[in-house]
Design a protein. Structure first.
Length: 142
C-alpha cells in the first residue's frame, strides 16, 4: 500500500486547553474536546499527564501494552481530522515511560489508553483553505 500524504494550505485558529478525567480514554477524549470546541481539525500542541496503562500500535497490527500504574507521557504529538460524515478522528503518537524507567514510543490505540489521575492537553484549531486543488499550481512540473 503506498504512503499517501496530503499537503494543504490554511491557517491556525483558536486554542483550547482541556482536562481529561480519570479512566477516560486519551484518544477519544481529544476527539470529544475538539467536538465540544467546534474544531473540525486541530493539532495537539502540548500535553501533561499519565495513563493507567498505555497501548501503542505496532507495525504488525498488534498492541504493545506499557503497564502502569501511572505510565507517564513525556511527549505527545498528533492531529485531529474531520471526516465526510462529520465524525472526528485523532491520530496521536507519543513517548511513554513505564514504572521501571523504560522508554516506549508509538501511536496510541483509540479506546485503550485510560487516563490515570488527570491529563491536560492544548489543542490548536487548523482551518484549511477551501480549495486545496489550487496548491498544485505551486508544484514544479517534471
Amino acid at each position: 500500500m503506498p504512503d499517501i500524504r496530503m499537503v494543504e494550505s490554511g491557517r491556525m485558529g483558536r486554542v483550547a486547553y482541556g482536562r481529561i478525567a480519570p479512566n477516560e480514554d486519551l484518544v477519544q477524549s481529544v476527539e470529544k474536546l475538539c467536538l465540544a470546541q467546534g474544531f473540525r481539525n486541530a493539532f495537539v500542541r502540548g500535553a501533561l499527564g499519565s495513563l493507567v496503562d498505555a497501548c501503542l500500535a505496532r507495525s504488525d497490527g498488534t498492541c504493545q501494552v506499557v503497564h502502569g500504574p501511572a505510565a507517564e507521557i513525556v511527549s505527545l504529538a498528533g492531529e485531529v481530522r474531520s471526516h465526510d460524515d462529520g465524525s472526528l478522528r485523532a491520530a496521536l503518537t507519543g513517548v511513554v515511560v513505564d514504572v521501571d524507567g523504560n522508554v516506549h514510543g508509538g501511536p496510541f490505540v483509540a479506546g485503550a489508553n485510560p487516563v490515570c489521575v488527570t491529563f491536560e492537553v492544548t489543542l490548536e484549531e487548523w482551518l484549511p483553505q477551501p480549495h486545496p486543488e489550487t496548491f498544485h499550481n505551486h508544484c514544479p512540473s517534471t
